[in-house]
Design a protein around this ligand. Structure first.
Ligand code: SF4
Length: 441
């Protein structure tokens, strides 16, 4: 990771100088892609030393992620399913081992701790999972479920644990009289409250909440989120709150980090991120929030295409294969309209979105009466000829080589700090659209 990136992503608050409760620095997690059993094993030709590992594929689930969380705040982490949010959470807690990077909790590196010290530290760092049903043992009564972590850490005697459990059940909005009930007797929202009580039982400082309300009805979500807010104030808790739903993130967060294909692409205070989003991916996510108007169907602009494979992520900016704002290569002298037409044409060819009935029809559909001038126009013209000859792959390759690969978006990994309009914090955006306006810091 470059120093510049580290300094930009590391801290977007105005609490610089204060020691963060948690600092994630260059955290990386790669998994071997073992879908094909032994597919990565190859044998030496002379068979002298047995098999060797050649050409093994790696799933780059989390790549070089850095941020800080300060005591008492909630950092919301949002992104589409499969973007690496849960893996990041598990790597922070060392439920899976990091490939690289550090995680400092109160100044101590969790990633470098031996298992005994880590076990002690786990008391201060708890996690709540998405599915409240599967994280509660159906054969155990609720009281014992909440008491279990206290027992594991040798906290209180039996009577003390029972008293604390009764108190916690009440704090999370449950009836303490239900101490002897089994989990199946509770609704989804109530089960998530049991999980909360269980996490709180060991008096943690920091809770990682992995999609804790996603499985709940919308009306119940707000109630559980309100309880979490109240508990945060009462117990001085710090949350890393993961969700794919921006309305949930908006409800609970102080700052928001947006993740795409294993990397953070934007990080800012909540008001700044929602009112002044600076990354095309964040803008697309915001535009995908359902509109609360019965006359408008579904969602506004939806992201095009799928998240690419994390085995071979795109070079430069990982969002470039779906970005509607890809930057034109410097070598072409194009107007904004000409470049917008080329981008639209390139995307439509790549996704085989139209019938190539004739060169004039294609030209008119994407470029109106005139093609762009110079090399760009000649390339477009050649691509149209290829389409008419039904050579879609060649046309895609030509457009890719001529317009996408020479773009700064494909050549360099972006990392910028941009001016803020709301609040006193800082604003990180991983997008080259900001390459000329970066704040000096
Ligand atoms: S760097 Fe380029 S491809 Fe990436 S988000 Fe910005 S404009 Fe889009």
């Amino acid at each position: 990771m470059s120093d510049a990136k580290q300094s930009v992503t590391g801290d977007t608050t105005d609490r610089t100088g204060e020691q963060p409760l948690l600092e994630v620095d260059g955290l990386t997690k790669h998994f071997p892609n073992d879908e094909g059993f032994l597919s990565w094993l190859q044998f030496r030709p002379d068979d002298s030393d047995g098999p060797v590992e050649i050409g093994r594929e790696w799933v780059r689930a989390v790549e070089d992620v850095s941020f800080k969380i300060y005591e008492g705040e909630t950092l919301g982490l949002v992104g589409e399913s499969g973007c690496g949010k849960s893996t990041l959470a598990r790597t922070i807690l060392r439920l899976v081992e990091p490939t690289d990077g550090s995680v400092y909790f109160k100044g101590n590196d969790l990633a470098a701790m031996d298992s005994g010290t880590l076990r002690q530290q786990r008391r201060d760092v708890q996690m709540i999972f998405q599915d409240p049903q599967s994280s509660l043992d159906p054969r155990m009564k609720v009281g014992k479920i909440v008491e279990e972590p206290m027992q594991a850490h040798g906290m209180y005697d039996e009577e003390g644990r029972a008293a604390r459990t009764h108190e916690l059940l009440e704090k999370v909005g449950l009836d303490p009289q239900h101490y002897n009930r089994y989990p199946h007797a509770f609704s989804g929202g109530q089960r998530q409250r049991i999980n909360l009580a269980r996490a709180l039982s060991v008096n943690p400082d920091f809770i990682v909440c992995d999609e804790p309300v996603s499985a709940l009805d919308v009306s119940i979500q707000a109630q559980v989120l309100n309880t979490m807010n109240e508990l945060q104030d009462e117990f001085n808790l710090t949350y890393l709150f993961i969700a794919h739903d921006l309305s949930v993130i908006r409800h609970i967060s102080d700052r928001v980090a947006v993740m795409y294909l294993g990397q953070l692409v934007e990080l800012a205070e909540k008001a700044e991120l929602f009112e002044n989003p600076q990354h095309p991916y964040t803008r697309a996510l915001l535009e995908s929030i359902p509109v609360p108007d019965p006359r408008v169907e579904g969602t506004r602009g939806v992201l095009e295409g799928d998240v690419p494979s994390p085995i071979q992520p795109p070079s430069g900016c990982r969002f470039r294969t779906r970005c509607p704002e890809l930057i034109a290569p410097e070598k072409y002298d194009l107007t904004d309209e000409e470049w917008a037409n080329i981008r639209q044409f390139t995307r439509s060819v790549k996704r085989h979105r139209f019938e190539a009935t004739g060169a004039n029809v294609i030209r008119a559909e994407f470029f109106g009466s005139t093609l762009p001038g110079g090399d760009a126009g000649r390339t477009v013209s050649r691509a149209i000829d290829l389409l008419v000859e039904d050579e879609w792959d060649e046309a895609t390759e030509l457009l890719n080589e001529s317009f996408t690969e020479p773009s700064i978006c494909a050549r360099e990994e972006p990392s910028y700090e941009v001016p803020t309009e709301h609040g006193g914090g800082r604003h990180f955006a991983a997008c080259h659209l900001h390459r000329e306006e970066e704040q000096t810091h």
